[in-house]
Design a protein around this ligand. Structure first.
Ligand code: SF4
Length: 216
């Protein structure tokens, strides 16, 4: 691989983390100009960014290996002073979202949920051909992540949580959400919503993922 193609994902040193070695030739830390570094650090001085970065680090440190992600989300939200939490949920994970909402309500938060099929618009309305879904699992009603975001925006949620949104639909939700977003569940229908399992099994059951298939 050419040097210009290498990046952090190709680094075996991780000197930025432990500072016990040297930076590799292609390292973006080593190549960072003072101006670039200043520009980034200045963004952490913006009040909301500063509060989020510090609070996230505090929650990480205080509850390291103790809190589940559900608890971390609630704790982060509590410390940030968020009162109203939005849940953008897949209809296929509505039960999980109901339980999550119960937990949040028990902790004193107000909750407003928006399901992915809200608006109940047919896929054909945005040009998805019928043959793309006929006879298949998902059905004719489109996922509507932009509406999910707009509903939560209208409700004035302070913080939004994505629960099981599809790849790409989640991107649209993140794009249109006015409140900051975190993800509770990353959908993976095959692996019980644990997408990392495919990576753990790359030398075994999922070795096909490493086969070259450029342009497939
Ligand atoms: S910043 Fe540098 S040291 Fe850190 S992971 Fe990337 S290439 Fe490696």
């Amino acid at each position: 691989m050419e040097k210009k193609e290498l990046s952090c994902v190709d680094c075996g040193i991780l000197n930025c983390n432990k500072r016990n070695s040297v930076y590799p030739e292609f390292c973006p830390t080593a190549a960072l100009t003072e101006e670039e570094a200043r520009e980034v650090m200045a963004l952490y001085e913006e009040p909301e960014n500063h509060r989020m970065a510090v609070t996230a680090a505090e929650v990480e440190a205080e509850f390291y290996m103790k809190y589940t992600r559900v608890e971390e989300i609630a704790e982060f939200a509590r410390r940030m002073g968020y009162r109203k939490i939005g849940i953008a949920t897949c209809v296929g994970l509505i039960e999980e979202s109901r339980i999550f909402a119960r937990i949040l309500r028990k902790k004193g938060f107000e909750v407003y949920g928006a399901a992915c099929k809200a608006g109940s618009v047919n896929k054909t309305e945005i040009g998805i051909p019928e043959e793309a879904y006929l006879g298949k699992g998902p059905g004719p009603v489109m996922c509507n992540p932009i509406l999910q975001a707009k509903l939560l925006n209208r409700e004035g949620t302070d913080f939004n949580v994505a629960v099981g949104l599809c790849v790409g639909h989640d991107s649209l939700f993140y794009k249109y959400s006015e409140a900051p977003v975190t993800t509770l569940i990353a959908k993976d229908r095959v692996l019980g919503h644990n997408p990392a399992a495919a990576l753990y099994q790359c030398s075994g059951y999922y070795s096909r993922l490493l086969e070259e298939n450029k342009g497939e």
